[in-house]
Every structure is written in structure tokens, then in C-alpha cells.
Design a protein around this ligand. Sequence first.
Ligand code: ZN
Length: 88
Amino acid sequence: MGFRRTDRLSDLVKLKALILVTCCACNHQAWFSPADTLQFMGADMDLGALPFRCSRCSSGAVKVSADPKSLLDGTGGGPNGPRKPEPL
Ligand SMILES: [Zn+2]
């Protein structure tokens, strides 16, 4: 029925989808490559467990999800392209 798991980094790598991070404080959005993030973290992780932080307002209150657009077309290219993950 088209159900696909999208909770872990490895799921998004398989689906060629990007990680979409939305800041709960200022609504800033950023896209990250799951392959780069996997390498950066050194382990497969749940998206919700990733220590992302807003690059605009430095808030740690962010929502991490699979980017719906790249999930659909499987191109792995967000509006601004994949970015490197940022450490805390
Ligand atoms: Zn923010």
C-alpha cells in the first residue's frame, strides 16, 4: 500500500530522500543528506534522536522528518540541495 519506513537514517538513504529539519522557534527549514548524516553520526539513528540545531536562532527545539518532496520524486535534491549536518 505504499507504506515506507522513514524513521531511521538508513531508511532515507535507501529511499533517496532528504532529512527535513524545521525549527519550532522560528520556522526555519533546512535539508540534510541522510548519507552524510549517517557518516557524521557514525551510527544509524532514529530521525527524532538526531541532535540538530537551528542555524538561524540556535534553538534546539526542532522537528526532524523525511522531506516529503524528495520522498516523492526520489531525487534527493531539496530546494536548496543537501547541506552538511551541524554539530551541537
Ligand atoms: Zn530557529
